[in-house]
Write a protein of this length. Structure first.
Length: 110
């Protein structure tokens, strides 16, 4: 494995995925290990193109929030503090369960 993330990532996408992990740690107070595990669970099975992959049309916050929250009752996910989030009741959102330990998604200690 060349990084903590399951997809094979070039340097640009590795930086992008690490930015997603930073969002999870900073916004939700979870450990880096859990942040990486959540990202691996959601995106580990994808084939990611070199930077800029199509994911890059959104900020890392968009994808990070999708690893933390389940969709609301209208199927919407918050997208990281954008204007579109103002209609979402964060108090009513459910947190997506973290991947079980041990599993292949937990690639770092913490």
């Amino acid at each position: 494995m060349r990084s903590e993330f399951l997809p094979d990532l070039d340097e640009g996408m590795l930086e992008y995925f690490r930015a997603m992990a930073d969002v999870l740690v900073e916004h939700f107070g979870i450990s880096r290990a859990e942040a990486v595990a959540r990202i691996n669970e959601r995106y580990g099975g994808l084939e990611i193109d070199p930077y800029p992959d199509i994911m890059c049309h959104e900020m890392p916050e968009y994808w990070a929030y999708g690893t933390y929250y389940l969709p609301d009752d209208q199927g919407r996910l918050p997208i990281g503090g954008s204007v579109a989030d103002r209609d979402i009741d964060f108090e009513r959102l459910q947190v997506r369960p973290a991947p079980p330990r041990p599993s292949r998604f937990w690639t770092i200690q913490g």
